[in-house]
Design a protein around this ligand. Structure first.
Ligand code: AMP
Ligand code: MG
Length: 346
């Protein structure tokens, strides 16, 4: 058990003394949970293998799942990678700081546990004042996967982090709700054409506006045993409840969900849906992600709603399906994992 220090830092008025304390913990090879614009990250000095190992222990993360390295300036990037291809540079100019992780060939300074033995490394520059200042002050790249216990939904609030990680890390920086609320887009620049391994905060069409040939890994739509991105094979985000997605024409979806809810009325159930459909499930317990008119907001609420399923001790949860475009693609990618790819087409 660690004696976890919780530092409350306000992103619009950063307390320098507290930030220095967190930065010192990083330079002493301790673990620090930091807010980013995607989700909270569990960080440690990316250039020290013992520090990195503490991340795997705190999360209970399998060793074959590589970590994303967070940087605050281009000098740090040069330390982490062998070379910066022209196309990667043009993407960095447009999307950094921001929710885009680029897979590049790694340098020898990156310990092999960061990259899980691969010769590549995922790097990004977060768009969050606390994260950027922390990395800058510690003056070292920070390896940071999402700060959840392995298998749990990624944390998007300080409360999520404290409930998963108090006693397991040295420092928690408690700040606001993560603005985007889903993890970064992972784009593999070592493949031709470059391939999206995980959809996230930067969408396919945004990326294609800079590099038209970028494609999406066809594997992201299914459950596979040996994906190109090792992390994609693990069950993620799954609440304790039995989960199911019902997909199809809306009138049929309503009928099917209502019928299934009737069949399960002896146990605790809920429906994950959009605001516009709340009226279609009267008498049922609904957890709304928000309005269909604002897919980015719906995406930002997903992990909070998945955590609510556990807080409410639900036994059986059915979710609607949403349009798989733009942020909807990332939302559906996480939601399909949460239901363990159990999808009923009606
Ligand atoms: P997390 O940090 O929890 O958001 O997970 C990081 C994601 O990026 C996982 O899905 C990893 O498998 C993926 N990733 C990180 N580094 C690499 C890499 N070098 N090659 C392929 N995927 C990677
Ligand atoms: Mg994660």
């Amino acid at each position: 058990m660690n004696d976890t220090q919780i530092l409350h830092i306000n992103e619009t008025c950063i307390d320098e003394a507290l930030l220095t304390q967190a930065a010192e913990a990083i330079t002493q090879n301790k673990t620090v949970i930091l807010p980013t614009e995607t989700v909270y990250g569990l960080g440690a000095n990316a250039l020290n293998s013992e520090a990195v190992n503490k991340i795997f222990i705190a999360k209970g993360r399998p060793q074959d799942n590589p970590l994303i390295v967070h940087i605050s300036n281009m000098n740090m990037l040069e330390k982490c990678v062998k070379e910066i291809p022209e196309k990667a540079l043009s993407l960095m100019h447009v999307f950094w700081p921001g929710p885009l992780t680029l897979i590049l060939e790694k340098s020898n300074l990156i310990p092999s546990n960061v990259s899980a033995g691969l010769n590549t490394v995922g790097v990004r520059m977060p768009d969050h004042p606390i994260a950027l200042r922390l990395i800058e002050r510690a003056n070292t790249p920070i390896a940071a996967p999402s700060a959840n216990r392995s298998g749990r939904p990624s944390p998007t609030t300080a409360q999520h982090v404290i409930s998963d990680m108090q006693g397991r890390v040295d420092v928690i920086i408690a700040a606001d709700h993560s603005r985007i609320g889903l993890e970064s887009t992972v784009l593999d620049m070592t493949q031709k054409p470059p391939m999206i391994l995980r959809p996230g905060g930067v969408t396919l069409s945004q990326l294609q506006s800079v590099i038209p040939e970028i494609i999406i890994d066809p594997q992201i739509h299914q459950s596979v045993d040996s994906p190109r991105s090792p992390g994609m094979k693990y069950t993620h985000y799954a609440p304790q409840a039995e989960m199911l997605m019902v997909r199809g024409e809306h009138a049929e979806v309503i009928k099917k969900i209502t019928h299934l809810m009737d069949e399960h009325k002896h146990i605790k159930t809920a429906i994950i849906c959009a605001d516009e459909h709340l009226q279609d499930y009267q008498g049922q317990h609904c957890l709304s992600l928000g309005s269909l008119a604002n897919p980015a907001f719906m995406a930002s609420q997903l992990f909070t709603v998945l955590r609510q399923c556990d807080e409410l001790n639900l036994d059986y949860v059915i979710t609607e399906a949403f349009v798989e475009e733009e942020m909807g693609l990332a939302l559906m990618n996480r939601l399909k994992k949460a239901v363990g790819y159990k999808i009923l087409d009606v």
